[in-house]
Structure formats: C-alpha cells, structure tokens
Design a protein around this ligand. Structure first.
Ligand code: UDP
Length: 242
C-alpha cells in the first residue's frame, strides 16, 4: 500500500454526480467509471468507504417547498440515497470488488443496518463499505453523514467529489474570473460562506481534525491521484497548517 498516502478514505459522492448527462436518476456509465477509478486503490488494499447523496432522485427541501412536511420529505430523500447505494454496490460487484451497503434506517431485507464496529470490520476485510440513508435523521444532509461516518471510522481524509474541480472564492460557473484555492482553512470556508459542504459538516470536520479534499470526479483518475497525495482540487486544513 506504500504508493498511497492514505490508508482509509471516505468518499462522498453527490446524487447529482450519478445523473451524468441525464436530467434525473442514474446514468449507468457514471457508476461504471467510478468503479474503474477506485479499483486500483481497492486492489492495493486502501480501505474505501462511500456516502452517496440522493439529490438525483429527491431532496427533502424540494418536497417542503411544494408543501410537504419537511421530515416526510427528508425521509424520502434518505430512501433515495439507498437506491443510489444499491446501484453502486451492483456496479462495484460486477467490476469484481467486494462491497457492503449499511443503512442508517433499518431495512434488513435490503441492506445491513449500520453498526460502527461492523463497518470497521468490513473495511478491515477489504470490502468497499457504502453508508446509505444519510445519518438516519431528517434535517441533515449527506455531507453531514459523510463527515460523521468519516470521524466514526477514523478515516484519514474525507474526499468530496463534486461537479467543480475545487473550492473557488465565488461560483466559477457564473463568475469565470473566480479564483481557486489550493488550500483553505475550515474557518475561512465558514466565514466566506463558501458552498463546499454545509456548515454542520464543515464544523464537524473542523472539531475532529478531519481533512477535506474537494475535486471533480469528471477528471479521469483524480481519486487515485488524490489518494497518492498528489495536489488535486482544494484541501481544507487547520489554520496553522496553512
Ligand atoms: N437527508 C436527511 N438526513 C440525512 C441525509 C439526507 O434527511 O442525514 C435527506 C435530505 O432530504 C436530503 C436528501 O436526503 O435533501 C438527499 O441528500 P443530499 O441532499 O445531501 O444529497 P446530494 O445533494 O449529495 O445529492
């Protein structure tokens, strides 16, 4: 495993990333590409945990905006993450990688229930472990679930794969002159209200000294390079490490 800087990683994938060029749901070519990207690290023995969002299917806030009770909508959003998790599991297994899905909402005929010690055991046995159903609580996001699980499994780093190739001082899509950070502190992310992760997730990582790397999965092989410690995207670090 020596060529890799990190031994245990939590990869956060947004639900929207799974849509690819589609407007909704899952474009099968995306999970297939993710499988290709993570396979070298999997084969080298890096412990890989994944949290996937559900925004490609349903978001609680969208339901609430349409008049639905927020908690009801959030439960639907969490179930959407289970659908995405099962899709990833299927693709990873077809690619020859051992994979388990653990759900924060009990649904024993579909996935194992999340138990922290059992999750660590799966990782130690070299199984990709996908944490489904977010935190299991409404009013949270899968970013917060990713931060929480990363801390619980004692990951070396939380890697957030988004559509943008790092953290910018303003939205790089509407502001082409936006500047990208190589590194930035947690406080700066919070003070500048940069939309990297929600404030709860950022604060949880800060309090627990969990480094965050942000990059775009559209770049082929970027996950592997990030794991090797190559400078990709933006890394969120402690103030005095800057
Ligand atoms: N959700 C929730 N609690 C959690 C995680 C997620 O209620 O701990 C719900 C929430 O409604 C959210 C939806 O699940 O909008 C999908 O997750 P998210 O929006 O984080 O997905 P992403 O933006 O990463 O695709």
């Amino acid at each position: 495993m020596s060529e890799y800087k990190y031994n245990r990683v939590l990869l956060k994938l947004s639900g929207e990333a799974l849509m690819g060029s589609k407007e909704f749901g899952i474009d099968p070519s995306v999970p297939e590409r993710i499988a290709r990207d993570i396979k070298p690290a999997y084969e080298a023995g890096v412990d890989i945990a994944i949290v996937v969002g559900g925004g490609n299917i349903f978001r609680g806030l969208t339901g609430a905006a349409a008049g639905m009770e927020r908690a009801q909508g959030d439960n639907m959003g969490m179930l959407a993450t289970v659908i995405n998790s099962l899709a990833l599991q299927d693709t990873f297994e077809k690619a020859g990688m051992d994979c388990r899905v653990m759900s924060a909402i009990e649904m024993r005929s579909v996935a194992e229930t999340y138990i922290r010690r059992r999750a660590i055991r799966h990782l130690e046995k070299g199984r990709i472990t996908i944490f489904a159903a977010g935190t299991g609580n409404p009013y949270f996001t899968t970013d917060t679930a990713a931060a929480l699980r990363a801390c619980e499994i004692d990951a070396d780093v939380l890697m957030k794969a988004t559509k943008v190739d790092g953290i910018y001082d303003q939205d790089p899509i509407s502001h082409p002159e936006a500047l990208k950070f190589d590194t930035i502190s947690y406080n700066e992310v919070l003070i500048r209200n940069l939309k990297v992760m929600d404030a709860t997730a950022t604060a949880l990582c800060h309090d627990n000294h969990m480094p965050i790397m942000v990059f775009s999965l559209d770049e082929e092989g970027v996950f592997d390079r990030a794991l090797r410690g190559e400078p990709v995207g933006t890394t969120v670090i402690e103030e005095d490490a800057q």
